[in-house]
Design a protein around this ligand. Structure first.
Ligand code: C5P
Length: 293
């Protein structure tokens, strides 16, 4: 039996840094969306443990430090005999690495879900989120995988019911950026929280709201990778309704009125910069049902 799923990109549509904990982690408020495009993961029973990475961003990911293998191993630590049988895991790495779009966290979340299914482990979502948090602050939100507001260090989650489907273009100029470096480069750590959230699922209302918000990590990331400024400038010049960096960068996104406009801009940017990662996709909308975190 082979089980497969997509590990979507995580996009911080807004990310405010509102303080810092005594242990150095930052307190955040973020509106988070997930895209249709992402990495692909598969797991199947095997006679021995095996891990294979394919895809355009596979380089350097086969090692034991990969969050995918850490996710497998943490399940074994936690569930013992139930999680013992060997597995072959494949990762098709379509998302750039160290890029602010949660690739590693989303892969880990996908593996936690796939392996608990494969091993038939019954685990309540809250418990799986606690296990995921040991792998990284963004893993619980990736386990949830639907539009949400994240608070705390990113682990306190609340469903966001009013996100429309948004045509979005992701652009990364190929410069990796380590998250701790960006947080260390922050000049100010206490910003205003998010304004009152939009209540209905309407693109115009959401964009209006987004214009009142920021990514507070953007200035710090820009100081480390000035090319982020060129990427944002290009997205704006090409007609993005809003252009912003996601997470700790350096991937930036533009939101467009229609999928065709996003695709036209993808072609224009890819032509100018053939080695950049440029991907037109869409955010998944909030569903009517409110699935508890
Ligand atoms: O939890 P994760 O390993 O993804 O975080 C990477 C680093 O990013 C942390 O070691 C910390 O330096 C920084 N970080 C932070 N505040 C957060 C999340 C991450 O300072 N809320």
């Amino acid at each position: 039996m082979k089980l497969e799923n997509t590990a979507p990109a995580k996009i911080n549509l807004a990310l405010h840094v509102i303080g810092r904990r005594a242990d150095g982690y930052h307190l955040l408020e973020s509106l988070v969306a997930f895209t249709a495009f992402g990495d692909r993961l598969s797991v199947r029973p095997s006679d021995r443990d095996h891990f294979e990475v394919t895809g355009p961003f596979r380089d350097g990911l086969e090692g034991g430090a990969n969050l995918v293998l850490k996710a497998r191993d943490i399940l074994r630590l936690h569930f013992g005999a139930q999680a013992k049988s060997p597995v072959a895991i494949t990762l098709e790495k379509n998302l750039p690495v160290a890029a602010g779009i949660g690739g590693g966290s989303s892969d880990a979340a996908a593996v936690l879900k796939l392996l608990t299914r494969l091993w038939e482990i019954q685990v309540p979502p809250k418990e799986l989120a606690q296990i995921g948090l040991m792998l990284g602050a963004d893993v619980p939100m990736c386990l949830y995988g639907r539009p949400l507001i994240a608070r705390g260090i990113g682990e306190m989650l609340e469903p966001f019911p009013a996100l429309p489907r948004l045509p979005i273009l992701l652009v990364n100029a190929g410069l990796p950026l380590a998250t701790p470096k960006v947080f260390s480069a922050l000049i100010k750590r206490e910003h205003a929280p998010l304004p009152a959230l939009p209540s209905k699922s309407d693109p115009a209302e959401l964009l209006e709201w987004m214009r009142l918000t920021r990514n507070d990590l953007e200035p710090a990331a820009l100081s480390l990778v000035p090319e982020i400024g060129s990427v944002l400038g290009l997205l704006r010049a090409e007609g993005a309704l809003i252009a912003r960096m996601s997470g700790s960068g350096a991937t930036c996104f533009g939101i467009f009125e229609h999928q065709e406009a996003a695709e036209r801009t993808r072609q224009a940017i890819a032509q100018k910069h053939p080695h950049w990662f440029v991907c037109a996709t869409e955010t998944s909308a909030s569903t009517g049902e409110l699935v508890n975190v």
